[in-house]
Design a protein around this ligand. Structure first.
Ligand code: PLP
Length: 430
């Protein structure tokens, strides 16, 4: 029997799968197939009519992806999930599933740059308006909400500012107004479970900590099954009124026999069917491999990052260290309220020497990789002012928290002495 454990360490190894029903294989097989034979014409008709759940075509579902979906659902404490081809696809689907042209949503300003671009520019071309709220002021979400606001969106632990989002406060405002909060939990898997704080939907770029080894791009969208779409029916016509793209199905009614998972079923059988941003079974296998050691890895990421943050805070060439564990006041209170098992593997620091110092630090690293990624087992570094944030004006850069001398580190699993030695030798050349 798969596990009912509440402990992440057990869920990642035993959640939802014991062995392959046809071969008894213990490792989850890679079902590298496009399609699945129907047992009979009636079976086929029932699958298409959603009277029975089963495999039809890998663009829409796959048994390897299904184990990943179920395990991550259990890890996050949700109801059901949908694996997708990238984190970007998961962010897009999260919003587009309930928003169409003329609608709006309110997003935290503290976002991954790719998400920012998707929301501000690409979604605008679809007629969907992103309104940006300051996460330091949760009430700003309420002020930006109107009758066409379909959801709120935020990241648990957004970089570069690394100020934990007030999930509970904004989710509460949303539940008063009938607006679900969608949380990108990419930077804090295991450390935070956004559903425990009132979020309605969680997404991850599985590319980062869940994969953990920098090999595969993927994303996941998880339905908390905890939002009453029917109670706020006027706000969610895409779930509560007949859907012309699925012979007039009303999702909240059609899916009721399967549980409170109308949101995620609709995403699978309409958006994924039409857009095709599916996760490959091979990548699902890679994510399952990574997932098995995720709690263990997160523990070491947190320990090493905390040690590196303390070390940098005492360094004469560093003016400021940005790490949740070193924050004070409201930012620290929020970090402590949401991050139960450590402050994460990401940290930032500012060099007194500004832009040129940042450039020279990166240039002189010997072990840390210079890459645009986070959450790898290896330690990574980037100088946002000359890379990820270089397209922004100086004013826009400042708003994101990036200064000229800012360096972001994603601390990996190497021995801490080697991580600090590489940082120190690069700092000596700044
Ligand atoms: N969300 C966060 C917080 C990210 O850091 C990233 C990627 O860097 C994404 C989403 C997008 O994920 P992907 O690169 O898998 O599309």
């Amino acid at each position: 029997m798969p596990t009912n454990s509440k402990h992440p360490e057990t869920i990642v190894l035993h959640g939802s799968y014991r062995s392959d029903p046809s071969t008894n294989a213990v490792a989850v097989p890679i079902y590298q197939t496009t399609s699945y034979q129907f047992n009979s014409p009636e079976h086929a008709a029932n699958l298409f009519a959603l009277k029975e759940l089963g495999n039809i075509y890998t663009r829409i579902m796959n048994p390897t992806c299904a184990v990943l979906e179920e395990r991550l659902t259990q890890l996050e404490g949700g109801a059901a999930a949908l694996a997708l081809g990238s984190g970007q696809a998961a962010s897009l689907f999260a919003i587009q599933n309930i928003c169409h042209a003329g609608d709006n949503f309110v997003s935290s300003t503290d976002l991954y740059g790719g998400t920012w671009n998707l929301f501000l520019n690409t979604m605008k071309t679809m007629g969907i308006e992103a309104r940006f709220a300051d996460p330091a002021d949760p009430e700003s979400f309420r002020r930006l909400t109107d009758a066409r606001t379909r959801c709120y969106y935020a990241e648990t632990l957004p970089n570069p500012k690394l100020r934990v989002f007030p999930i509970a406060e904004v989710a509460k405002i949303g539940r008063e107004l009938g607006v679900p909060l969608i949380v990108d939990n990419t930077a804090a898997p295991v450390l935070c479970r956004p559903f425990d704080h009132g979020a309605a939907v969680v997404m991850h770029s599985t590319t980062k900590y869940i994969g953990g080894h920098g090999t595969s791009i993927g994303g996941i969208l998880i339905d908390g099954g905890n939002f009453d779409w029917e109670k706020h029916a006027a706000r969610f016509p895409m779930l509560t009124r007949p859907d012309p793209s699925y012979h007039g199905a009303v999702w909240t009614e059609a899916v009721k026999p399967l549980g409170p998972i109308a949101y995620i079923i609709k995403a699978r059988v309409t958006l994924l069917r039409d857009v095709g941003a599916a996760m490959s079974p091979f990548n699902a296998f890679m994510f399952l491999q990574g997932l098995e050691t995720l709690p263990l890895r997160m523990r070491v990421h947190c320990e090493n990052a905390a040690a590196a943050a303390n070390h940098l805070a005492a360094h004469p060439k560093v003016s400021n260290v940005i790490y949740p564990g070193l924050m004070t006041g409201e930012a620290k209170r929020r970090a402590d309220a949401h991050l139960k098992r450590g402050y994460g593997g990401l940290l930032g620091f500012e060099l007194k020497g500004g832009r040129e110092a940042g450039r020279r630090f990166i240039e002189n690293l010997k072990m840390l990789y210079h890459v645009a990624n986070i959450g790898d087992a290896r330690s990574l570094a980037i100088h946002p002012a000359t890379t990820t944030h270089s397209q922004l004006s100086p004013e826009e850069q400042a708003k994101t928290g990036v200064t000229d001398g800012y360096v972001r580190l994603s601390i990996g699993l190497e021995h801490i002495e080697d991580i600090l030695a590489d940082i120190d030798q690069a700092l000596a050349k700044v």
